[in-house]
Write a protein that binds this ligand. Structure first.
Ligand SMILES: [Zn+2]
Ligand SMILES: [Zn+2]
Length: 380
C-alpha cells in the first residue's frame, strides 16, 4: 500500500468511492452526477468542500454557456470560490495536517514563465482556473488542489465563510493596485459582493472615508451598515456642462469601479480630484467608448486595472481573521449541492441576493433544516 493510499484510507475509511459533482452540460442544464473521488497526486491535497460561493462567471456559464471569450464545449463542473477541510495529502505534500480548514485559491499559473517568476502570476498566459471550461471546478464534495494554493483559515473563522476569501482577495488586490494612502477619500461604484469587500479593505487600509454608489437602494443599505457614506448612482452622472470643466479639487482621491458598468466607471472618473486614480475592478460588460481621455490627461489622472489576485490570499485571510472585514453580512442564502441549479437561479434572478453559497454538507430535503442554515433562506 502506498503512502498516498494509506492517507486516503485514513481519511475515508470506506475507501475513496464516489462523490457528487454539479456538472453543467449546456445553458440551464446542470446535472448532479456521481464521480470517482479524485486522488491527490504529487504536491496535491484532497479537500472536503464546506462551501462554494457563486459568482458572475458561474452565472454567465449557467445562463449562456459562455463567459467572455471562454465557451463551454464539454460538460464542466462550475465553481471557483471553495472552502473546506484538508482530508488527505498526495506524495510530497505535507504542509497541511488533515483537518485543517482552508480556502482554496482557484487559479493555477504555470509557475515557469517570466510573469509567474516576477510574481505577477495572475497574468500567466498558460494558467488554468477551477470552473473555467474545460477545467472542472469546485461544485463537488471533494476537490484536489496544489497544496501551495490551499490556504489555512484561522480557527476563529466559520469555515463556510472561507468561500468569501476568493472575492476578498480580489478586493485586496484592487486596493493594492489603487495605491490608497492614509486619509484618502475613496469612491466605490457598485455595491455587490466585490464592492462591499473593496469598501471594507479600503477602510482597513487607512481611507478617511469611503462613499459607495449603486442603483439599488437595498445594496446601499448594506454598504452603510459596513461603514460607507452612500450616494445614488444617478447623482454621480455629471451634467454635460460640468463634465467639460476642470475636476473638483475636493473630488475623490481614488475611485474603484466594481460595477462593470461603463457609465458608472465614467461617473467615477468624473468625480475624482485632479491627479486622482480610477481603478477598473468589475469586468466591463461592453466597450467604454465615452472615456474622457483628453479631460483626464489635462488633469493627469491615472487609470489602473486590476485582475484577480497574485499573492493576496494570505492578506485576505489575515484581515478576515481580525474581524475588521465582515464576511457574514454578504452571505444571503445557502443551498445543498443537489439544489445547485436552484442556487444558480436564485443568484441569477433575485436582485436581493449578494453571495449565494452551495454547501455540500447541507441536508437535501427542504424544510428539514432549521434556523440560519435553512435552504435558500434570506440571511440578510
Ligand atoms: Zn469569483
Ligand atoms: Zn506562468
Amino acid at each position: 500500500m502506498t503512502e498516498e493510499t494509506k492517507s486516503l484510507r485514513a481519511a475515508m475509511p470506506h475507501g475513496p468511492g464516489t462523490h457528487r459533482a454539479a456538472v453543467l452540460h449546456g445553458p440551464k442544464d446542470l446535472r448532479v452526477e456521481e464521480r470517482p473521488v479524485p486522488v491527490p497526486g504529487p504536491g496535491e491535497v484532497l479537500v472536503r468542500i464546506a462551501a462554494v460561493g457563486l459568482c458572475g462567471s458561474d452565472l454567465h456559464y449557467y445562463a449562456h454557456g459562455e463567459n467572455g471569450p471562454n465557451v463551454l464545449r464539454a460538460p464542466t463542473v462550475l465553481g471557483h470560490e471553495p472552502s473546506g477541510v484538508v482530508v488527505a495529502a498526495g506524495p510530497g505534500a505535507g504542509h497541511h495536517e488533515p483537518g485543517t480548514p482552508v480556502a482554496v485559491e482557484p487559479a493555477h499559473p504555470c509557475g515557469r514563465c517570466a510573469l509567474c517568476r516576477a510574481g505577477r502570476y495572475n497574468l500567466c498566459p498558460r494558467g488554468t482556473c477551477f470552473g473555467s471550461p474545460p477545467t472542472d471546478g469546485a461544485l463537488t464534495e471533494y476537490l484536489v488542489a496544489p497544496e501551495g494554493f490551499v490556504h489555512p483559515l484561522p480557527a476563529s473563522m466559520d469555515v463556510r465563510h472561507g468561500a468569501l476569501i476568493e472575492p476578498l482577495a480580489v478586493a485586496v488586490h484592487a486596493v493594492r493596485r489603487s495605491g490608497i494612502a492614509p486619509g484618502d477619500r475613496v469612491l466605490v461604484t457598485g455595491a455587490g459582493p466585490i464592492g462591499l469587500l473593496v469598501l471594507q479593505v479600503a477602510l482597513a487600509s487607512g481611507a478617511a472615508s469611503v462613499t459607495v454608489s449603486d442603483v439599488a437602494g437595498a445594496r446601499l443599505r448594506h454598504a452603510a451598515e459596513l461603514g460607507a457614506g452612500t450616494v445614488g448612482a444617478a447623482e454621480l452622472t455629471p451634467e454635460p456642462a460640468r463634465a467639460t470643466a476642470l475636476a473638483d479639487p475636493d473630488g475623490f482621491d481614488v475611485a474603484l469601479d466594481c460595477s462593470g458598468n461603463g457609465g458608472a466607471l465614467v461617473g467615477a472618473i468624473r468625480a475624482l480630484r485632479p491627479g486622482g486614480t480610477a481603478v477598473v475592478v468589475g469586468n466591463p460588460s461592453a466597450p467604454v467608448t465615452e472615456l474622457p481621455l483628453a479631460w483626464m490627461q489635462r488633469q493627469e489622472m491615472s487609470l489602473v486595472t486590476a485582475f484577480r489576485y497574485a499573492g493576496d490570499f494570505p492578506a485576505a485571510i489575515a484581515l478576515a481573521g481580525t474581524g475588521r472585514i465582515r464576511l457574514e453580512p454578504l452571505v444571503t442564502a445557502s443551498f445543498p449541492l443537489d439544489r445547485a441549479d436552484a442556487a444558480l437561479t436564485a443568484a441569477l434572478t433575485d436582485r436581493s441576493q449578494l453571495k449565494v453559497l452551495v454547501e455540500p454538507g447541507l441536508a437535501t430535503a427542504s424544510g428539514a433544516l432549521s434556523g440560519t442554515r435553512q435552504e435558500g433562506q434570506d440571511r440578510g
